[in-house]
Design a binder for this molecule. Structure first.
Ligand code: SF4
Length: 477
């Protein structure tokens, strides 16, 4: 997959001008936040589960070699095969080697963000296979020849009208009529995909958790497409990453309480399936071959750095749903597989800081992501670490370096800070009173703040600073 994270400023600016995108993102944002809040309040000891998840993940990351080896031997014991992939090229080569047989033509896929890292679909298609995404959101963006814009809602950026047009364009030849209503869209996708499920030769899925002491794969979906992808073809390939391993079923129970609530605001996702090896002698159905591709792609390197905490991520998407930057610009602006706060931390680590220098700044540091993260990843702190590294690497401009130096002097002297901000507020207010264009309540341009005003207006501040208002209030109280 092409990395365009270097151009975040440009892509974000373009996204802000896209009315359809803004409308689609606006609708999604409210829904995710409200449902999560209700589901979290319903579980009295939610915070205790977060702490449990944080500790469990930290423990596993500290003993990753032990748990991965345990997981591998249990998969082998149940008749499955384990493949280790150091990078994206190896992932694609391993999967191609599994699929290259005369009788294999069609491959169905359940959602797997790890396979997006290596652009597995493109690799398989180039080798002549027909690849069909079966998660509804993934199916929609496959028709549109796009990449996911959210880790759990890949087509969140699409309006219903856009989906209707896509279905019309791609399904008309097969005799399907134009659908407009949401339910009809779902029903038509179900009919089209059912044919693919029944004729697929290989099914590729991701995994949410790998359970070390049983060698099981836990797959969590809302559509059941993962189960059909895994069970109907003769070969099931799981493409997943090494940090997804957890010790046992007890731990799984804890993570399940957090995942659905944090991701979609559901107490439980609709389908939670455990896969254990290929079909056994007494089984009525299931694949004859079961392969697990364990992907590293830089994760073991992250393990030894100050960014280790990001490996706790369970890919719930809550941080992006609560991020004002993500919900304004959408996922594609981030330029690689993982968007939002977790993407801004992970992408520079996986593709290299020089290829994603703007992502650590795609953040207001408001801290909402940290507050909602079910595994307590200190995302704003990690973004600050990235900013430090960029400064040390000399990757920041002269204006920014001098600006921050000046700011550090002012911010360390409360009297000077108060004086400077009072002066600035006074100046902006005078300007707003004197220039008729500014009397409407916002500035379209402010010298030295062009980066802000190029894509949004700057509100005229209140007549005095927060500090002086607070002092007055304290006197009155
Ligand atoms: S960083 Fe936390 S909130 Fe964001 S996707 Fe990962 S687990 Fe979810």
């Amino acid at each position: 997959m092409q990395v365009t994270s270097r151009y975040f400023r440009t892509t974000a600016r373009e996204a802000l001008l896209d009315e359809d995108l803004r409308a689609a993102m606006g609708r999604a944002e409210g829904g995710f936040i409200d449902t999560r809040k209700m589901a979290v309040e319903e579980l009295e000891n939610f915070e205790e589960y977060r702490e449990f998840a944080r500790k469990t993940k930290n423990h596993v990351l500290a003993h990753l070699d032990y748990y991965l080896t345990q997981f591998e031997s249990n998969v082998l014991a149940s008749g499955g095969q384990v493949h280790w992939a150091g990078n994206g090229e190896e992932v694609n080569r391993i999967v191609l080697d599994i699929c290259r047989r005369p009788d294999i033509r069609k491959i169905t896929k359940g959602k797997s963000m790890v396979s997006e890292e290596s652009a597995l679909n493109a690799g398989l298609e180039a080798a002549g296979f027909e690849v069909v995404e079966t998660d509804l959101g993934e199916y929609i963006i496959q028709l549109a020849r796009e990449t996911p814009s959210h880790i759990i809602a890949p087509a969140v950026h699409k309006t219903r009208q856009a989906v209707t047009d896509l279905f019309d364009e791609h399904h008309r030849e097969a005799g399907y009529s134009r659908v407009v209503e949401r339910l009809d869209i779902v029903n038509q996708a179900r009919q089209v995909l059912r044919d693919h499920f029944c004729t697929a030769d290989v099914g590729i899925t991701g995994a949410n958790f790998l359970i070390a002491d049983t060698g099981s794969i836990a797959l969590i979906t809302n559509e059941g497409n993962g189960d059909l992808t895994a069970n109907l073809p003769n070969i099931h390939v799981v493409v997943t990453s090494i940090e997804k391993v957890i010790p046992d079923m007890l731990a799984l129970g804890g993570f399940l309480r957090l995942l659905g609530r944090s991701a979609t605001g559901q107490i439980m996702s609709v389908y939670t399936t455990l896969f254990n090896g290929p079909r056994r002698i007494d089984d009525l159905d299931g694949p004859e071959e079961f392969h697990v591709v364990l992907v590293d792609s830089g994760r073991s390197e992250i393990l030894g750095t100050q960014f280790r905490d990001i490996l706790r991520c369970i890919k719930c998407g809550a941080c992006m749903n609560h991020c004002p930057v993500y919900t304004s610009v959408g996922g594609h602006a981030y330029g690689w597989v993982y968007p939002g706060p977790m993407g801004s931390v992970l992408t520079p680590l996986m593709v290299g800081q020089k290829k994603a220098p703007d992502l650590p700044y795609a953040c207001t540091l408001n801290g909402r992501c940290k507050t909602v993260c079910p595994v307590m990843i200190p995302l704003p702190d990690l973004l600050r670490e990235h900013r430090n590294n960029l400064v040390e690497m000399g990757q920041t401009g002269v204006v920014q370096r001098w600006g921050m130096w000046l700011w550090s002097i002012v911010a360390r002297k409360p009297v000077l800070y108060s004086m400077m901000t009072s002066l600035y507020v006074l100046k902006l207010n005078l300007l707003a009173r004197m220039v008729p264009a500014f009397q409407r309540g916002s500035f379209k341009y402010i010298p030295m703040m062009g980066a802000w005003t190029s894509s949004r207006d700057f509100p005229v501040p209140q007549a005095s600073t927060f500090q002086s208002q607070w002092k007055k209030r304290a006197l009155h109280d």
